[in-house]
Ligand binder design. Structure first.
Ligand code: KIV
Ligand code: ZN
Length: 501
């Protein structure tokens, strides 16, 4: 059996998705879950990009013990120095260097000849090697690079000490057979290739990222770059859960390979990343979407009851999805509440547990049935809170068919309460405008979604939104049985995130 190394780039390429930025606390929390999931390498960020990312990568390097911690750098000394410094406390540090090699990039981005590119890369690999022995090199846009030049770059990088050669399909242009041939050609034409691990990095512009990554594995790649929920630049990266579950489910094809992923941690990781980034997982997303294991058609339901494998190729428990069942009610005690949260993978400290329990009791007063998903939302709200600058005290709205919506919102900052009032196009808009008056922030609402977490008229509503303030984009989320309150909470959480970034 051969091991496939899982290189997770949720915290770097995933975070590059517009609006997905996380602060240092959130990134560390995701990194801890990635380690629990069993990923081999965590690409923690791009330290030169911002002081915040440098801090986040350093914090992750300090906290993570089993997984390797990797930092990205261009072939520029400043980048290499920042990356090397950020990961210096990691138990298993790695620097990931990249430089574009395709004719398009050489001509339009760099205006440089091939020989110059080879020499810049050589020099950078040598410099990076002084900070850390484990170097991964990526010829960016490899799938659109002339093959002879690609072979030359790869051979040079290995000679200079790169231990892993990553082949990025930077613009998601390739299809599976092409990737298979490319990896095969690299193996056949680069004389020293057996001294390095071949990695693959696929983007999803044509929806082929997972297929391309699997094809690369079949051709000889032994490391795969991926992200939780497939988040990443533009249409995203290859999704970790899809690659891992495809390999596990299709033993007939991938029986010679294994990963160290604890698949039961997939769903908790998916939820955590969704909450930290504010990116809602689409219901039809493979493996982790709300509908991935739901059967609506009567014919399917009937067959499933007779024999699950008629319409289910995977067991939802294998990816950590427990069946949503009626569990707790308003008479349930703190102990039962804590036990249930533990079962769902949440280990809250006393303070957070108390706050979560209070919210649970409030919800139980409003809502007859409390499901696992309700509890997850409550627990996630508690663990995601990062020292909020602004806190909701109360709000009041007056709205209806005959009146212009009017809102009054009270927020607390450092023990002082501030009140804002505004009218708006709807009750939610009026609340947001009232909040803007209190905080003085000038923000643009870029995205706003509402969904019911569980079923029933009394379902918990979950609001997710994205705000832009100057060049910072931040997502926020909030939940309540009242959708206006959920929206207000989401708005305030995004504002707090902007303050913390
Ligand atoms: O897509 C890409 O080419 C990248 C590189 C930095 C590897 O993300
Ligand atoms: Zn990428």
């Amino acid at each position: 059996m051969e091991k496939i190394i899982i290189f997770d780039t949720t915290l770097r390429d995933g975070e590059q998705a517009p609006g997905a930025s996380m602060n240092s606390f959130q990134k560390t929390e995701v990194a801890i879950q990635l380690e629990k999931l069993g990923v081999d390498i965590i690409e923690a960020g791009f330290p030169v990009a911002s002081p915040g990312d440098f801090t986040a990568v350093s914090a992750i390097a300090k906290n993570i013990k089993r997984s390797a911690v990797c930092a990205l750098a261009r072939c520029i000394y400043k980048d290499i120095e920042r990356a090397g410094t950020a990961i210096k406390r990691a138990r298993h540090p790695r620097i990931h260097l990249f430089l574009a090699t395709s004719k398009i990039h050489l001509k339009y981005k760099f205006k440089k000849a091939e020989d110059e590119i080879v020499s810049i890369a050589r020099d950078s690999i040598r410099k990076a090697g002084k900070f850390c022995p484990d170097i991964e090199f990526s010829p960016e846009d490899a799938t659109r690079t002339e093959k002879d030049f690609l072979f030359r770059m790869v051979e040079m990088a290995i000679n200079e000490g790169a231990r892993t050669i990553n082949i990025p399909d930077t613009v998601g242009y390739s299809y599976p057979q092409e990737i298979f041939s490319l990896i095969t050609d690299i193996k056949d034409n680069v004389p020293n290739i057996n001294k390095a691990v071949i990695a693959i990095h696929c983007h999803n512009d044509l929806g082929l990222a997972t297929a391309n990554s699997l094809s690369a594995i079949l051709a000889g790649a032994r490391q795969v770059h991926c992200t939780i929920n497939g988040i990443g630049e533009r249409a995203g990266n290859a999704s970790l859960e899809e690659i891992v579950m495809a390999m596990k489910t299709r033993k007939d094809v991938f029986g010679n390979f294994y990963t160290d992923i604890r698949t039961k941690e997939i769903y908790p990781a998916s939820r955590l990343v969704s909450k930290a980034t504010g990116f809602v997982v689409p219901p039809n997303k493979a493996i982790v979407g709300k509908n991935a294991f739901a059967h609506e058609s009567g014919i399917h339901q009937d067959a499933i009851l007779k024999k699950r494998i008629t319409y289910e190729i995977m067991d939802p428990c294998d990816v950590g999805i427990s069946e949503s069942s009626l569990i707790l009610g308003k008479h349930s005690g703190r102990h039962a509440f804590r036990q249930r949260l533990k079962m769902l993978g949440f280990h809250l400290d006393e303070d957070r547990l108390n706050k979560a329990f209070l919210r649970f009791k409030e919800l139980a007063d409003k809502k007859k049935e409390i499901f696992d998903d309700d509890l997850r939302i409550i627990a996630e709200d508690e663990i995601r809170v990062v020292k909020p600058v602004w806190q909701l005290v109360s709000f009041q709205v007056n709205a209806g068919t005959q009146v212009k919506p009017q809102a009054r919102v009270a927020l607390k900052k450092k023990m002082k309460t501030f009140i804002g009032e505004s009218s708006g196009d709807g009750p939610v808009d009026a609340c947001f405008k009232a909040i803007d008056k209190v905080t003085g922030f000038k923000v643009k609402l870029e995205d706003f979604r509402l969904e019911a977490v569980t079923s029933g008229k009394d379902a918990l509503g979950h609001a997710s939104l994205r705000l832009k303030s100057k060049d910072i984009t931040a997502s926020g989320h909030g939940s309540s049985t009242d959708i206006i309150e959920a929206s207000v909470r989401a708005y305030i959480s995004a504002l707090n995130k902007i303050e913390s970034l």
